[in-house]
Design a protein around this ligand. Structure first.
Ligand code: GLA
Length: 383
């Protein structure tokens, strides 16, 4: 459906030819806001993706059509002015970041669209950056690695969108594999693909359909607060470079020297790295009960200490905790809206969805959007 729309749009706007590429959104089972603190994350790519048909046009213009916005934008590959349209800045950013790596990108035509819900915390923007980077790399034979493409996507967010995000989303979109979670160490960038086909269990996303405008400004504030904590500890323990190097004991020792908010942010991050490691051990044993408990702990910390949740997310996570069919539930992604991710007993899935939807609707006036999760492959050429 989406693929046909993208292909049709390309044909209408630019004629025949081109290659079709896809790069997916992601879920993250546990390890939130830990990526830019050089800790651990456990994401997986999902089936929903952004698709782009791209073709070199022999000139120097990037001509792009967005199916979802029904809008055309064009700019020169060497243009120094950002496009007005927010969506086009992602393409502009990726082109510029790739050029910074000394690679020459020539003009191209591109139509894109996708089925990753926007603003739901599923990283549609990382999927977009990744599909553009992956496609240009393939079409122009640039020879960039997936890691270089992930970093180019991340730098697009930093330099052209204004969000100082970590590497998780782009990494998951580029490195994801079917039925596997990525246990990524964001300090060394080493990763392991952990088999994830929990028999008898399912992963359920409940989208609050709340999109808080706070998300990007508060995101950068959290990052600064974590850096402030590191700066204070480093004065006393010079080898500390990030919160990854901070132990719970160290944090308590220097607690008195920090603002309370800074302490609580740091306390959450240090705890979250611990929870992730416990969750990964549990996963290896097939112990989903323990895994789920770490997810609940993660939500608690995100809500009370990191303060990136909202009433709707707290409600869904809280109600999930009362249901016998749920092993774990937490808000997912940057926060202030978007989805909760739930690890659910297969046999109670339908009942749970019905019950939570009803309760949520009674409280907030509309049902959450239900998104069934299948862990799929990362960036690829489609045909
Ligand atoms: C957003 C960012 C990621 C990560 C998450 C929170 O999705 O893009 O880098 O920090 O928030 O875990």
């Amino acid at each position: 459906m989406t693929i046909e729309k993208v292909n049709d749009a390309f044909r209408r706007n630019f004629g025949t030819g081109g290659n079709l590429y896809a790069s997916p959104g992601r879920v993250n089972l546990i390890g939130e806001h830990t990526d830019y603190n050089l800790g651990f994350v456990l994401p997986g790519a999902i089936r929903q993706a952004i698709y782009a048909r791209i073709k070199p046009n022999g000139g120097t213009l990037c001509r792009i059509y967005s199916v979802d916005y029904d809008e055309n934008v064009e700019f020169d590959v060497a243009a120094s002015e950002l496009p007005v349209q927010q969506w086009a800045r992602y393409v502009y950013g990726v082109v510029h970041e790739v050029r910074k790596l000394g690679k020459s990108v020539a003009g191209f035509d591109c139509a894109f669209g996708g089925d990753v819900p926007l603003g739901a915390g599923l990283s549609s923007s990382a999927a977009f950056e990744s599909v553009i980077g992956y496609g240009l790399n393939d079409l122009f034979g640039l020879g960039l690695s997936r890691l270089q493409l992930a970093k180019a996507g991340q730098m697009t967010e930093h330099n052209y969108i204004g969000v100082r995000c970590g590497i998780m989303d782009q990494f998951a979109s580029l490195f994801g594999e079917k039925d596997r979670l990525i246990r990524l160490d964001c300090r060394s960038l080493e990763y392991r693909l952990e088999p994830f086909r929990p028999e008898g269990y399912r992963v359920l996303l409940l989208d609050t359909q709340v999109k808080h405008s706070l998300a990007s400004s508060q995101y950068n504030v959290r990052r600064e607060q974590c850096e402030a904590g590191v700066t204070i500890i480093r004065r006393h323990v010079p080898e500390v470079e990030s919160l990854r190097d901070v132990t719970p004991e160290m944090l308590e020792t220097y607690r008195g020297k920090m603002e309370d908010a800074v302490y609580r942010r740091c306390h959450y991050i240090v705890g979250e790295n611990g929870r992730l490691l416990k969750a990964c051990e549990a996963l290896e044993r097939g112990d989903y009960e323990t895994f789920g408990r770490q997810m609940f702990g993660s939500h608690e910390g995100l809500s009370r200490e990191y303060e990136v949740s909202c009433a709707e997310l707290d409600f869904l996570a809280g109600e999930a905790a009362k249901h016998s069919g749920v092993l774990g539930a937490r808000m997912m992604g940057g926060g202030f809206g978007g989805c909760t991710i739930n690890l659910v007993r297969e046999a109670e899935y339908e009942n749970l969805v019905g019950e939570l939807s009803e309760k949520y609707a009674a409280r907030f006036g509309k049902a959450p959007r239900v998104i069934d999760v299948v862990i799929g492959d990362g960036a690829r050429r489609v045909e």
